[in-house]
Design a binder for this molecule. Sequence first.
Ligand SMILES: Cc1cc2nc3c(=O)[nH]c(=O)nc-3n(C[C@H](O)[C@H](O)[C@H](O)COP(=O)(O)O)c2cc1C
Length: 186
Amino acid sequence: MATIWYFSHHGETMVDGLPETVEQGNTEIVAHIINQCLSTQIVPIEPKDPYPKSFEQTLIRARKEHEQSSLPEYQAVPKDNLAENIWFIGYPDWFGRLPRLVASFLTDNDTSGKLILPFSTHEGSSMGTSQLEIQDLCPQAIVKQGLPVRGCHAASSQRAVQNWLVQYYCGLEQLTTSEERTSLND
Ligand SMILES: Cc1cc2nc3c(=O)[nH]c(=O)nc-3n(C[C@H](O)[C@H](O)[C@H](O)COP(=O)(O)O)c2cc1C
């Protein structure tokens, strides 16, 4: 079975280029749409020290974390999900990069032999360099082509999600051994 891990900022987010308070973050919305298709397990990656609700304050903290290559702490996650072979990893694009909280999660946990399917929401930077960062952090994992979703289109991303799953996920769930998975060259 697969696990859908995601980090999504709560509070103000960018909607069409302007900060707006939302009940659900954009990445969280896409994570749930993926789960509507797969009916699997979905687990948030939550910071121990929550990011401010304010967009501007979050920018300041996130910039500092990037500059210092910080590894912010996250709340405990279920061990059973860490053992799954297929990981979806969702996150917002922060400065064209992977949020350091997600870098922290991928640094701490063994990803060797796993299949990773990244998805990111953004306001124009698409996946940025995040997919390469994931591959660097998880050298023994197979990182599939990621899905970028513009934040303001998150709620209507069903078709993009389905197309991406058909192209990059369908069939993978049947691959049970590490040898079968590493034989994939895409
Ligand atoms: C700290 C920070 C940095 C961001 N940097 C970028 C960026 O470089 N490029 C971009 O397209 N969007 C950027 N955004 C916008 C978010 O990627 C976008 O609003 C995303 O959909 C938010 O997802 P969330 O609601 O799940 O947190 C940034 C947002 C924040 C808070």
